[in-house]
Design a protein. Sequence first.
Length: 156
Amino acid sequence: MSDQKFYTQLDLDKSLQPLPSTKYATTTDNNHFQATITPPLGTFGDFKATQHTYRSFTPDTISIIGRRTNGATLDQLHIFIPATLKNGKYRIEDSSGISVGIVTGGFLHEGIKGKLSIEQNGDKTFVEANFDYEILHLGNKHIVNGKLALQATEFL
């Protein structure tokens, strides 16, 4: 995957700052994206998104993004799936076409292995998922475990 496509899917520029053009929905009890990172990565331990998007930024993938900001600080979790992915349980690995990770403290941490259980309704206007995966930061392993239930923010 090209760098440009990757950053397009993240909805961030190369300095990991949000792009201004995307509309995000406000996260509520009915639309939620939350996770726990163990052990915490800096101040990123318990995560509850305040905004989310579930949409396609590229023709062949769907981006599921939850983010929160505190002043100039951005915390973001992302899941990228192939647009043709069927409902089910998947291993997160290089060959699956699924990509997960977090952005925090100005750093991008990609998930290296884990699991994703995902279900989208037939017209892809709603998604539910459970996920857990590992990230490495300075040689230390952190486990990301979370769940989401989101309405599409743009027609897929």
